[in-house]
Design a protein around this ligand. Structure first.
Ligand code: N2P
Length: 607
């Protein structure tokens, strides 16, 4: 190959490498302008999704939280970092090498290790998770970066200037502010910009140490992703991407040559992008009354939240989970800060036993009379002392008819013909439950031997399984990535509407059913408002709106008058009695809970 040829080949190669690096970001950006909401097919250009961001109080609030944290962490880290850098640069002291290494070590400590150790520390100190803990955590990694950047600048700083100033009679303070500081300012600024960008971006550490009400933008984006990637997420991610890229560019320019002018434009643009939403939409009103809701994903429509906020003049924070075990862990860890939670019947038994629920005041719940008596006074909560029914539903299989034909048995999820096309829930009780039913056993089996047999079935199935996922099973099926998915009825009822090739079945061997409730934790900070919310969602029109949007079975009898027959006659939403007869409610399995958890973890980590 000649010189020219080689240059060309190398050029092509680098082009490929860059394409590999940037293609995902290009796709993300492109789809944030796509008119079509549901699929990754291009349907024309629109700015709508960016407009929608300005109406989304959850995103705006998260962005505000992120900015507050970033500003405080940046200010703190820059001051501490600069002081430390000066100390290391100027003075010689014992163990300098060790201390020097220790101050920069956090840069390479695995983030996950730092996150869990911070959480442990805060818990040991009895600190409530919130803004303070997030800021402290960000400070703990940001200082190291600030030290490194400022020191790099100091290394090139000519100390004889300081000596000259001192010789000419300037005091130490004057020397510092008029000579040293201007000399290293580009390094300090670069450090500030870098730290700001890192703080705005951080997910792992923040997710461990954030509490209710301190959700930052990355956490908000992740929680939205769990109910499906939407163009709003593409839009907000694009903004975040562009803003951080600009801030880093500015930091880099300052770092390189201290050309303040070349850095000013990207810095201003980057900060401008983050601040612009507030200029356009105004700050989200800091409501003095706040309700913190912790609920299953795809269970509470944003319109319902907005209607409650408007009626009561309050702000509602909604956090999502995808398993009872996640909810239990959060509540058992101590004061969660949540006012309303949504446990399934078997989780209610556990929470009541542990004294984690607050008895309800029925005089504040007049609309409880709208609920079908069939769902009241169940043995997991006699007299509805602690809970109101919210949604019921079933677990079953949804499948692509054109790919797999007719399905009526759990066997289909073990059929080698569908290797790599099977999705299972990420849920100990549900997966072991399916395996137990396949063995002809109850989903509430507690014996170790039968449970081990069920576990063996799941391990045997594992090579066929594309994903264990309780959050986006419906999207994965809709996108065609899997052909058969175990999952919950309501979300499947929604995809069937979007794609008639998909069908839902409760296998002939039987399956689980659930009754999900609303309850108020014993530690809820706003119990009165929580009662108002519980009552609100039992109003007939509201319950109908929720059912229409989410497609789980509403236990609200009065709501049915407001539902179209397409919903009322849909067997996936209101299953006929003979189908329901094949299902079993999950119950608290007592001591066997630990065994379920262990067996399930073993399945997930098996190779
Ligand atoms: C909602 C899941 C349904 C809850 N994403 C099952 N108990």
């Amino acid at each position: 190959m000649g010189e020219r040829g080689r240059a060309r080949a190398l050029g092509l190669w680098s082009l490929l490498v860059y394409a590999f690096l940037y293609a995902p970001l290009a796709v993300l950006t492109a789809f944030s302008f796509n008119r079509e909401r549901l699929t990754a097919t291009w349907r024309g250009f629109t700015l709508d999704w960016y407009g929608r961001l300005l109406e989304n109080t959850q995103i705006l609030t998260a962005l505000r939280n992120s900015l507050v944290v970033a500003v405080v962490a940046t200010a703190g880290a820059t001051v501490i970092g600069t002081a430390a850098a000066l100390a290391f640069h100027r003075h010689r002291f014992r163990q300098q090498g060790t201390l020097d290494g220790l101050v920069t070590l956090p840069i390479v400590i695995p983030e996950i290790a730092m996150a869990s150790s911070l959480l442990l520390l805060f818990a040991a100190l009895g600190m409530r998770l919130g803004f303070t803990t997030v800021v402290l955590a960000h400070l703990s990694f940001a200082v190291s970066y600030a030290v490194v950047l400022v020191r790099a600048r100091l290394a090139g700083f000519d100390r004889s200037l300081e000596e000259a100033a001192a010789d000419l009679g300037a005091g130490p303070a004057r020397v510092f502010f008029q000579v040293t500081l201007p000399g290293i300012a580009p390094g300090i600024l670069a450090a500030a910009l870098l730290v700001f960008a890192l703080s705005i971006d951080d997910y792992v550490i923040t997710s461990f140490v954030a509490g209710v009400g301190s959700t930052t933008l990355p956490l908000q984006i992740y929680s939205m992703v769990r109910s499906g990637i939407s163009p709003e997420i593409n839009a907000v991610s694009t903004l975040l991407l562009v803003a951080t890229a600009l801030l880093l560019l500015a930091a880099w320019r300052l770092e390189q040559g201290g050309r303040a002018r070349g850095a000013a434009l990207p810095a201003v643009l980057g900060l401008g992008i983050l601040g612009a939403p507030f200029v356009l939409a105004g700050l989200p009103a800091p409501a003095d009354r706040v309700l913190n809701v912790y609920i299953w994903s795809a269970y509470l429509p944003p319109e319902t939240v907005r209607a409650f906020e408007a009626r009561e003049g309050v702000r509602v924070n909604v956090d999502l989970y995808d398993s009872n075990e996640a909810l239990l862990a959060k509540l058992q860890a101590g004061t969660s800060g949540y006012d309303v939670i949504c446990p399934s019947n078997y989780a209610v038994e556990i929470l009541v036993q542990q004294g984690l629920l607050r008895p309800l005041d029925h005089s504040l719940l007049p609309h409880l009379s709208n609920v079908d008596p069939f769902y009241l006074d169940r043995d997991f909560d006699p007299g509805n002392r602690y809970t109101t029914p919210y949604f019921a539903g079933t677990t079953g299989i949804a499948y692509r008819r054109s790919r797999v034909g007719d399905v009526d048995s759990w066997d289909a999820l073990w059929d080698p013909r569908f290797a790599g096309r099977v999705l299972m829930l990420d849920d100990a009780r549900e997966t072991l439950g399916a395996a137990l039913r396949r063995l002809g056993l109850s989903v509430n089996t507690v014996g170790e031997a039968p449970l081990r047999r069920a576990q063996r079935l799941l391990i045997e199935q594992k090579p066929l399984v594309k994903a264990y996922d309780s959050a986006s099973f419906k999207d994965t099926l809709l996108a065609g990535d899997v052909w058969l998915a175990q999952g919950w009825s309501g979300e499947f009822a929604r995809v069937i509407d979007l794609d008639p090739d998909i069908a839902y079945v409760i296998p002939k061997e039987g399956s689980t059913a659930f009754l999900d409730t609303l309850a108020i934790p014993a530690s809820a900070p706003h119990p009165a408002l929580a009662h108002q919310f519980l009552d609100f969602v039992m109003e007939a029109e509201v319950a109908a709106e929720i059912c229409l949007a989410m497609r789980y079975t509403t236990p609200n009898r009065a709501a049915r008058a407001h539902l179209p027959s397409a919903v009322l006659d849909n067997p996936a939403i209101f299953p006929p009695a003979e189908t329901l007869a094949r299902t079993e409610l999950l119950r608290d399995v007592g001591d066997a809970t630990v065994l379920y958890d262990r067996l399930w973890t073993e399945v997930k980590t098996a190779r």
